[in-house]
Write a protein that binds this ligand. Structure first.
Ligand code: UDP
Length: 264
């Protein structure tokens, strides 16, 4: 029944819209859609550190699919439509707001360094920060004043972004707590989705161990990209552990997805 399946242009002939550090966006099969392709590239410190980690893209595709699906189900609007294959997902085309929105529950990383707070300190309440997405400038932190003055988003849009980020944080904190993981912090990106004359802010990009800090509740073991940033090793093992705990990867399934596939 192969002829009934939608046909996708072979990867080599697809029009590339954008290539980032860890993902590629291709033109989608229908108008207003794109294909988001997860690469195995791991980068840190504004791409000064770069390695290929076999299987990372496959894991992030699966983990991000799971998280976005769960968020869609509780009415958090996202760009996610469906996963297409091991490395790709179909998404709605949105106008990306040039901000990295970071939500923190526990002091870590740049905040711990900047403010001299010991890593692992629970914050008095969740804190939301904005960074201007600009690699040349190293994604500088900005305030709502900068965002509105330079026209990156309106006051109303910032309110929507904060509401979205808060809902995502509450949902993800519970989701991860249920599988013995502490959600320390994470980064999201938002986009404008146009439907006729209506525009709404939706969650875009990805949510994966590349964009979150995830610590084991009992051991504080890092199950995220800090394993790469801090040369701790065992990145694939950690990401696979997250996928297994979420119940999205069978016990012995190889992360590379090169294992035998049952054809039905
Ligand atoms: N983060 C991200 N992309 C970035 C910068 C940060 O996904 O370009 C995530 C990072 O994984 C962490 C959170 O945002 O979960 C906060 O990162 P932080 O500001 O501490 O920066 P870092 O320590 O990564 O430099």
């Amino acid at each position: 029944m192969d002829f009934l399946k939608p046909r996708y242009t072979p990867m080599s002939r697809r029009r590339k819209i954008y290539e980032g550090k860890a993902k590629i966006l291709y033109e989608g099969p229908e108008p207003a859609t794109l294909i988001q392709h997860f690469k195995d590239d791991a980068t840190a410190f504004n791409a000064k550190k770069h390695e290929i980690v076999d299987g990372k893209g496959v894991l992030n595709n699966r983990i991000s699919e799971y998280v976005f699906q769960r968020l869609n189900e509780i009415g958090v609007p996202t760009h996610f439509i469906r996963r297409l294959n091991m490395r790709e997902q179909l998404i709605r085309e949105v106008e990306i707001i040039p901000l990295e929105v970071v939500v923190r529950n526990v002091a870590a990383g740049s905040m711990a360094t900047r403010l001299g707070i010991e890593e692992g300190t629970q914050l008095p309440r969740s804190i939301i920060e904005f960074y201007y997405k600009n690699d040349q400038l190293g994604d500088p932190m900005v305030s709502e004043e900068h965002i509105t003055a330079f026209g990156w988003a309106t006051t109303h849009e910032i309110d929507d972004i904060i509401a979205l980020a808060t809902r995502v944080n509450d949902f993800l904190s519970g989701l991860f707590l249920g599988i013995g993981i502490r959600l320390v912090d994470f980064k999201i990106e938002c986009g404008r989705l146009w439907e006729n004359d209506m525009m709404r802010i939706v969650l875009a990009d990805e949510i994966s161990p590349d964009t979150c800090r995830l610590w084991d509740i009992k051991t504080n073991e890092k199950l995220d990209k800090d394993r790469f940033r801090r040369d701790l090793g065992g990145l694939i093992e950690a990401y696979t552990d997250v996928a297994r705990r979420l119940g999205i990867m069978a016990e012995n399934e190889p992360p590379q997805g090169r294992g035998p596939v049952l054809v039905q």
